[in-house]
Design a protein around this ligand. Structure first.
Ligand SMILES: *Cc1c(COP(=O)(O)O)cnc(C)c1O
Length: 365
């Protein structure tokens, strides 16, 4: 842990490598062609990461945290006659519905318990009863709990009824193998500070170009206009409309190179999976039970139930922080939980060290 005050075991921002941090030590001109070439390179790499069938897809980068990009997508993609079906089993699904609601987009929700994957049967029922629905949105890995939703099954039903698909793959893209063409995803949303392992500052969309081209003039916001942002990047060779997060983009480019060096998304998924399984094994030995059933659990982040009624999370948190690990509070509405993420520059030795520390600690029980 050289140069690090603690290791982040959180779902973003996350622990980045020293080399990703170091490339931010230079300043870049947002108008300069070297910088704009870097942006184009990033956009191109993202499309290649997202699908083998990359001819039909394009990418857009958007300033802000991930939510800004979700809002830009929802607010730009649904036209005046649009109606959105949102699948919800956690806070991030809820947030999509909230965004649509504030914009004034007619919305139908399909909600299930937070410990259950979204229901394809319920979605199909809604599509049969409400032909006005034009778009379906869902979260891939619901970071609220760490549950993985069956996106391929969802998009299959969506396409059977001719709907546009919008997937929040914020916490999974780059850490779980996805092919947007095979998975029939029209708009996939993610951000710089999750599984690509960059620093926070922008989000991005991988879009089916023919669908994005239909979004001209539809946005409900000037700065969050996904089409306009894309058109400017396309026509002006990597230029952003407004000040771009130059250092963050440079760091992201380095993070993409390091993802390639690691062996690509498959290798990263393997590292995350190994670490997640190791974590759960170690935690169970100390009496902590995961909230999500193993068959639905993602390799990204794990929610653990409080072991006893007396369990003192703030004390537990401080105890771990003093030993160099920062974990995350829970976000489940009905049950007391906390979360431990394993995305980022986190390795088997770190997980072993963490679980060894937890097994010794009795002060928080
Ligand atoms: C992180 C995350 C977001 C975006 O959150 P921000 O705090 O705006 O970056 C959206 N959806 C999911 C599933 C996430 O994990």
């Amino acid at each position: 842990m050289d140069n690090q005050h603690y290791l982040l075991l959180t779902p973003g921002p996350l622990t980045t490598t020293q080399t990703v941090k170091e490339v931010m030590l230079k300043d870049w001109c947002t108008w300069d062609t070297d910088y704009n070439d870097l942006v184009q390179n990033v956009r191109n790499k993202l499309v290649h990461l997202a699908t083998q069938n990359n001819g039909n897809y394009t990418s857009v980068l958007m300033q802000g945290s991930g939510t800004f990009t979700v809002e830009a997508t929802i607010g730009s993609v649904l036209g005046p006659n649009g109606k959105l079906l949102v699948c919800i089993n956690g806070a991030y699904g809820n947030r999509i519905a909230q965004i649509a609601d504030i914009i004034g987009i007619p919305t139908v929700v399909c909600k299930v318990e937070e410990n259950k994957p979204i229901s394809i049967e319920k979605v199909e029922e809604l599509l049969q009863t409400d032909p006005d629905i034009t778009h379906i949105a869902a979260v891939h890995c619901e970071t609220t709990t760490g549950i993985l939703n069956p996106i391929q099954k969802l998009t299959q039903v969506a396409k059977k009824y001719g709907k546009i698909t919008i997937i929040d793959a914020m916490s999974s893209f780059g850490g779980i193998e996805i092919d947007v063409a095979d998975w029939q995803i029209d708009f996939l949303i993610s951000s710089a500070n999750k599984c690509i392992q960059g620093v926070p500052g922008f989000g991005f969309v991988i879009a089916k170009q023919s669908e994005l081209e239909k979004c001209k003039g539809q946005a409900h916001s000037l700065s969050l206009d996904l089409f306009d942002q894309w058109e400017t990047m396309e026509k002006q060779n990597g230029k952003w409309r407004f000040t771009s997060p130059t250092h963050v983009v440079r760091a992201f480019y380095q993070a993409l190179l390091e993802l390639e060096e690691e062996g690509g998304v498959g290798a990263r998924q393997q590292r995350y999976t190994t670490n997640q399984q190791l974590l759960v094994r170690g935690m169970k030995e100390s009496g902590f039970i995961p909230f999500i059933e193993e068959k639905y659990q993602s390799p990204i982040i794990t929610s653990f139930c409080f072991p006893t009624k007396e369990f003192n999370f703030p004390l537990f948190y401080d105890y771990l922080k003093k030993q160099g690990f920062v974990i995350y509070p829970g976000k489940v509405s009905q049950t007391d939980t906390f979360r431990i993420g394993n995305i980022g520059d986190v390795h088997t030795e770190d997980i072993k060290k963490l679980t060894a520390i937890i097994s010794k600690g009795v002060i928080y029980q």
